[in-house]
Design a protein around this ligand. Structure first.
Ligand code: DMJ
Length: 630
């Protein structure tokens, strides 16, 4: 029915309301709507509802999908982001004097020097550390070190014969020589660079670099377990005393998450598991807490750089993509941080990384090297088992082994990835050398980096748990790759290998330009010799290892420590003036193990992190804090 408009007449509504009543009704209705809408903010966090009503202004494509996959709430929706500060603030942490504005280093990361007294008081509290799970505040946490040690299958240092009775065998003399090299490297560092990150043997001073956000003493931390297992007791005590008295965590620079994790966290964890000294456990956990802001990204995939300055989120500070080898090489250490602290947050962070990687589509089953921590998409299709990719694959097989063979997800991911690598990257040169090439969106670079030479050892390590029909094949593949890497050494004048070597234009296993001809005391080739030795006991690996020892002595030893060289094809190479901390952590350790009995750090009990720091295999009933079901 059509209503005719009559001035002064307001028709009644269908409910018979007049104007004042209608006004009051509308007022009531709008109040009700406001109340309901406001209540959304009082409910427990519900990103779905908020997403429904409050669409983010600048949503990244794919972000929600990845966040769903990851079970992770995008950082933009977090109000506010969880506090990344340590559960128990270390004394001095809040000292305003420790927040001096950092100097910007040319082209590099920011770093500052520590300024005040540190977390010594924390260490002095004894063997209790407060767990920081919600609801656990104030509950002292204790790790049962004796129970852990009783579960090991072998004595940590092996069951050696009484050396006074042991005849002067060649292998013993070789081992002693390597021990002497370690002693020399340590003493040179101590004399000229104690407390600095690394020694510069030519200028006889120390070097801090820009990777560690102001943390010092990388060489001390990296050396602890090597000194311990070589029974360099006095030197170990010197290193330990430095950690107790001078290793300060109140720094506020920008650090590489990966490097701090593998060197400092890895080194401290190993030192704790080898000795039971609380100072190492507590400092590892404190430092682990300082790394957590790096994970505050929309996907939970951490950025490569973490800012130690409070309130400055790692993901917002630099660059746009994260590197596979970096965010993929946290798993071992972070599970042990949970194991030793009772704080689940560490394990949750790396489980989330696994979850994202598990779900994301892989081109031909391969894992590209760069991933956006914002969108969760691959950034470009470059695949490498050398730099940028390497230790991601290593950590898959080692996660399986470290879990006491319960982490079947890691195992499956490892063997699937290895199949894809074999299918698309593996090649045999005309001269019969097996190598793993690099892949750029389907096009192969026929080169192998020195870093990729760890893969011989990795494939050997994983061979025994492969499907039965593949085991012998993987053992052989590991031996062939290791042989190729040996060739890269044997074909140089110094008998040390270049940074990268090629297979093209009739040249095989040699660098093709000066910029790839340097050797910086890297461990990957001797690392593979060590694993192959333990698997086969073929004397060739000790022979090859000894060639490296002789070459190091001849070309890298200087008056004040060991140095890298700039050209392995020159018989009078220039030194690069750097004794890398990984030389003490890895190269000398793997050489020493190569000339030792198999039960010195038995592979039944230990896995080595990618900086060669031994972390124990979980021999418990798998119900421990860090070893959730997979
Ligand atoms: C070490 O820091 C580690 O082995 C890392 O995984 C790769 N690079 C160096 C040694 O070359």
């Amino acid at each position: 029915m059509l209503m005719r408009k009559v001035p002064g007449f307001v028709p009644a509504s269908p409910w018979g309301l007049r104007l004042p009543q209608k006004f009051l009704f509308l007022l009531f209705l709008s109040g009700l709507v406001t109340l309901c809408f406001g209540a959304l903010f009082l409910l427990p966090h519900s990103s779905r509802l908020k997403r429904l009503f409050l669409a983010p202004r600048t949503q990244q494509p794919g972000l929600e999908v990845v966040a769903e996959i990851a079970g992770h709430i995008p950082a933009r929706e977090q109000e506010p982001p969880p506090n990344p500060a340590p559960a128990v603030p270390a004394p001095g942490e809040d000292d305003p004097s420790s927040r001096a504005s950092p100097r910007r280093r040319k082209g590099g990361l920011r770093r500052t020097r520590p300024t005040g007294p540190r977390e010594e008081a924390t260490a002095a509290r004894g063997n209790g550390i407060l767990a920081s799970r919600p609801g656990d505040e104030g509950v002292p946490f204790r790790f049962d070190f004796n129970a852990f040690r009783s579960r090991l299958r072998h004595p940590v240092l092996g069951t050696r014969a009484d050396e006074s009775q042991e005849p002067q065998s060649r292998v013993r003399a070789q081992r002693e020589k390597i021990k002497e090299m370690m002693q020399f490297a340590w003493q040179s560092y101590k004399r000229y660079a104690m407390g600095k990150n690394e020694l510069r043997p030519l200028t006889k001073d120390g070097y801090e670099g820009n990777m560690f956000g102001g943390l010092s003493g990388a060489t001390v931390i990296d050396s602890l377990d090597t000194l311990y297992l070589m029974e360099l007791k006095e030197e170990f005590q010197e290193a330990k005393a430095w950690v107790e008295e001078s290793f300060h965590l109140n720094v506020s620079g920008e650090a590489s998450l990966f490097e701090v994790n593998i060197r400092y966290i890895g080194g401290l964890l190993s030192a704790f598991y080898l000795t039971g000294e609380e100072v190492f456990r507590i400092k590892a956990i404190r430092l682990g807490e300082k790394l957590l802001p790096a994970f505050n990204t929309p996907t939970g995939i951490p950025k490569g750089v973490v800012s130690f300055k409070s309130g400055n989120w790692g993901w917002a500070t630099a660059g746009s993509s994260s590197i596979l080898a970096e965010f993929g090489s946290l798993h071992l250490e972070f599970l042990h941080l949970t194991e030793l602290s009772g704080n689940q947050v560490f394990a949750e962070k790396v489980r989330n990384i696994r979850k994202v990687l598990r779900k994301i589509e892989k081109p031909f089953g391969l894992y590209p090297n760069f991933l956006s921590p914002v969108s969760g998409n691959w950034v470009q299709h470059h695949v490498s088992v050398g730099g940028l990719g390497d230790s991601f694959y290593e950590y898959l097989i080692k996660s399986w082994l470290m879990s006491g063979k319960t982490d079947t997800e890691a195992k499956n991911m490892y063997y699937e990835a290895l199949e894809a690598i074999e299918t698309y990257l593996l090649n045999v040169s005309p001269g019969g050398l097996t190598y793993i090439a690099e892949w750029r969106g389907g096009i192969l670079d026929h080169k192998m980096g020195h870093l990729a030479c760890f893969s011989g050892g990795m494939i050997a390590l994983g061979a025994e748990d492969a499907k039965e029909e593949k085991r012998a094949h993987y053992r052989e593949l590991a031996a062939q790759i290791t042989k190729t890497c040996h060739e890269s050494y044997a074909r140089s004048d110094t008998k040390l290998g270049p940074e990268a070597f090629w297979f093209n234009s009739g040249r095989e296993a040699v660098a093709t330009q000066l910029s790839e001809s340097y050797y910086i005391l890297r461990p990957e080739v001797v690392e593979s010799y060590m694993y192959l030795w333990r698997q086969t006991h073929d004397p060739i690996y000790r022979e090859w290892g000894w060639e490296v020892v002789l070459a190091l002595e001849k070309y890298c030893r200087t008056e004040a420590g060991f140095s890298g060289i700039q050209d392995v094809y020159s018989s009078t190479p220039n030194h690069d003036n750097k004794q890398q901390s990984f030389f003490l952590a890895e190269t000398l350790k793997y050489l020493y193990l190569l000339f030792s009995e198999d039960d010195l750090l038995s592979l039944e009990d230990w896995v080595f992190n990618t900086e060669a720091h031994p972390l124990p295999v979980n021999h418990s009933d798998s119900s421990g804090r860090a070893w959730g079901r997979h």
